[in-house]
Design a protein around this ligand. Structure first.
Ligand code: EPU
Length: 339
């Protein structure tokens, strides 16, 4: 099947921040054989290229001086079925939430805490998506990709993906080098739920619901809808910063002056602190600055209702980073990919 080409392409509807960036052309790819042709064509025309999923975790800081490649590999296939487990192979172009709904319908469990995360399945392992006590790496069996230096199909096992908190090798040594075509997830036929997150427990209790995967799915959808702006209504890219991890000493010093500061102890003794709390404490929540701002219900989410350029958002992000550095000696790292 050949790729679809869109020339002189506006990316405004292709990034959830609604940034009005443009690129020279956009190629939708459904076939591994097309990749080499499209990239070689761009290189010989002196153009750069980027790979874009659904654009829900990117900030275009400028126009793309070249082409955009969108992997549209489709299909969800059951490739292994045992008594208690299955392995499903999912095309990179499948929408993540659609996959979550499909797995629940089939009675394959595990992904319910990750409901409603925007974006495509191919992008999911890049930042190791996570929410409500669960991260994707718990389920990844392997990831197939095309090495864009050699145009070779390759596969990484879970251990080889180098997963971390919102991190993987696809953001590190394989950045701009791997085009993910399929992911393989190992899911359980036996419901085994994760209700660690207090907000989920509270919701189930309030509704008088049992902690079944279906009810957790409902809880996660309700909680997300109440806190996080829908990208269809208010342009955003989810959390704009990672939650910082600081030393126990540093955390104690902050707690001495701010006893309410939440912190989650990590296995190595350090503490993960909610960036939303820090930003909220400094009074940024709900503030708007000529079309860009900080969401009124979640201080970690920057919004772009004015469809401003990425540079405007990055200016706001920098001001927040400087303020948090000055106030708490913590440097916040931007979570979405800045292009
Ligand atoms: N908080 C505030 N003010 C706010 C929001 C939160 O003070 O405006 C404090 C509260 O104390 C709250 C704590 O921050 O208990 C944590 O907030 P929340 O539970 O909303 O989670 P988060 O740490 O802000 C992370 C993920 C989200 C994920 C939620 C739920 C990151 C960068 N973000 O946010 O992921 O949905 O937990 O698990 O890890 C994303 O990555 O785009 C994303 C939305």
């Amino acid at each position: 099947m050949s790729s679809t080409i869109h020339q002189g392409f506006s990316l405004i509807d292709n990034n959830s921040l609604g940034i009005p960036a443009v690129c020279a052309a956009c190629f939708d790819i459904q076939d591994v054989a097309e990749i080499e042709k499209v990239i070689s064509g761009a290189v010989s025309a002196g153009q750069s290229w980027i790979v874009l999923g659904e654009g829900t975790n990117v900030v275009f800081s400028q126009d793309v001086n070249g082409i955009v490649i969108r992997p549209k590999f489709s299909g969800i296939d059951l490739i292994e079925s045992q008594e208690n487990e299955v392995v499903v192979r999912v095309g990179a172009g499948v929408n993540w939430h659609e996959l979550v709904c499909w797995t629940l319908d089939q009675g394959y469990y595990g992904l319910e805490n990750l409901a409603l995360i925007p974006g495509s399945c191919g992008a999911a392992p890049v930042q190791n998506i996570g929410a409500y006590g669960v991260e994707l790496n718990r389920f990844v069996e392997r990831v197939d990709y095309v090495d864009l230096n050699r145009f070779e199909s390759k596969s990484l096992t879970n251990a080889e993906c180098g997963f971390g908190y919102r991190d993987s090798r696809f953001k590190q040594d394989l950045k701009d080098r791997a085009l993910i075509t399929h992911i393989y997830l190992r899911l359980s036929k036996i419901p085994s739920v994760c209700v660690d997150y207090p907000a989920i427990q509270a919701y189930l209790k309030q509704q008088g619901m049992e902690p079944t995967p279906e009810n957790i799915f409902d809880a996660v959808c309700t909680i997300r809808r109440s806190k996080l702006p829908d990208i269809k209504d208010i342009p955003n890219a989810g959390s704009f910063f990672k939650n910082p991890i600081i030393s126990a000493d540093h955390f104690e010093r902050i707690r001495a002056s701010e006893p309410g500061c939440p912190g989650f102890k990590q296995p190595d003794g350090s503490f993960k602190v909610p960036a939303a709390w820090l930003i909220d404490q400094r009074g940024w929540k709900g503030k708007m600055f000529e079309g860009v701002g900080v969401h009124q219900h979640q201080a970690l989410v920057l919004i772009n209702p004015g469809h401003k350029a990425g540079a405007e958002l990055l200016r706001l992000a920098k001001n927040i980073q400087q303020d948090i550095l000055q106030a708490y000696r913590i440097s916040l790292e931007i979570e979405p990919r800045v292009i």
